[in-house]
Design a protein around this ligand. Structure first.
Ligand code: FE
Ligand code: FE
Ligand code: ZN
Length: 300
């Protein structure tokens, strides 16, 4: 099973990400090159990068299973303020260059929110922007993430995703599925095989390069986008287990983006990552109803 989680890209940059992933028993991971809400980025440190590369080889991690996630502030759908739209384009280009420098082959992107514009206009703007950004020569491929359809988000249906992909001249662009988003968008994950067939007919499963594995706090079609820990939400453990073991997505890295577990320590609230525990639960194939308690005990 190719599985990992969202990890930090901290002071040691990719080296820190690799170390964190290893500590969770992961063989894949996803990171942001800085805070997802802002555009402050540190220069890539070559010493750390070399150390990270050594560790990637030592632990036999496949570079195709290392994923970057573009920051949320990038919005290619809204062109009301042309300056902001141009900034999103240039910042995404910079992020792609950083990925190329790091040797990271995939960057997940939220297609964008149309805000006051119509969805059609939003999608047109996304396509226009991607045609400026995407080219055949880049070693880093953008993956459009399927969205929950919160607010004015574009890309919450696979028809919209197909529209965008069809509008982009280069084929150097793929898809990242997200199980929480798909549920919230109205795709029943209990019928995942049907969903994959539909996706395959419409877009082609070969375009899927990553899948975010999350349970959802909300019901089918809620358009909310609130992730839940594996087995504790609407999808449930058995449904998620079937998805991570689905033969058709065997080669695709599975990335957990489930919420940290909170624990009160006197007057402050501490947060702990659930990933080591969720990964082992999925590898074992058996739901642990005491997962949250076990995590709180482990990190004391
Ligand atoms: Fe995302
Ligand atoms: Fe996601
Ligand atoms: Zn989400």
């Amino acid at each position: 099973m190719i599985i990992g989680s969202h990890v930090h890209f901290g002071s040691e940059q990719l080296l820190g990400s690799v170390k964190e992933a290893i500590s969770y028993g992961a063989n894949a991971f996803m990171f942001y090159t800085g805070a997802p809400q802002n555009t402050i980025r540190s220069k890539i440190n070559l010493d750390y990068l070399n150390e990270a590369r050594k560790m990637i080889i030592q632990y036999e991690l496949d570079p195709n299973h290392i994923i970057c996630h573009a920051p949320y502030i990038i919005n290619l759908a809204n062109k009301e303020k042309e300056e902001a739209w141009n900034f999103s384009i240039s910042f995404l280009k910079q992020e792609i260059s950083r990925c190329e420098e790091l040797g990271v082959k995939y960057i997940v992107l939220h297609p964008g929110s149309s805000v006051k514009l119509t969805k059609e206009e939003g999608i047109k703007n996304i396509i226009e922007a991607l045609n400026i950004i995407v080219n055949d020569d880049s070693n880093c491929m953008i993956l459009l993430e399927t969205m929950a359809g919160k607010g004015s988000e574009c890309g919450s249906s696979i028809i919209e995703i197909k529209e965008i992909l069809d509008g982009v001249n280069s084929k150097n662009i793929g898809v990242c599925l997200d199980t929480c988003h798909l549920n919230d968008a109205g795709y029943n994950m209990d019928e995942f095989d049907n969903f994959l067939d539909e996706f395959d007919n419409l877009i082609g499963l070969d375009r899927v390069k990553c899948i975010h594995i999350n349970d959802s706090k909300n019901i089918l079609g809620s358009h909310k986008d609130r992730h839940e820990n594996i087995g504790f939400g609407t999808l449930g453990f058995d449904t998620i287990l079937k998805i991570v073991n689905n033969d058709k997505l065997k080669r695709v890295p599975k990335i957990l983006e489930t919420p940290y577990i909170s624990k009160n320590d006197g007057d402050k609230e501490l947060l702990y990552p659930p990933y080591k525990f969720e990964i082992s639960m999925l590898k074992m194939g058996k739901f642990n109803p005491n997962l949250l308690i076990d995590i709180r005990n482990y990190y004391k």
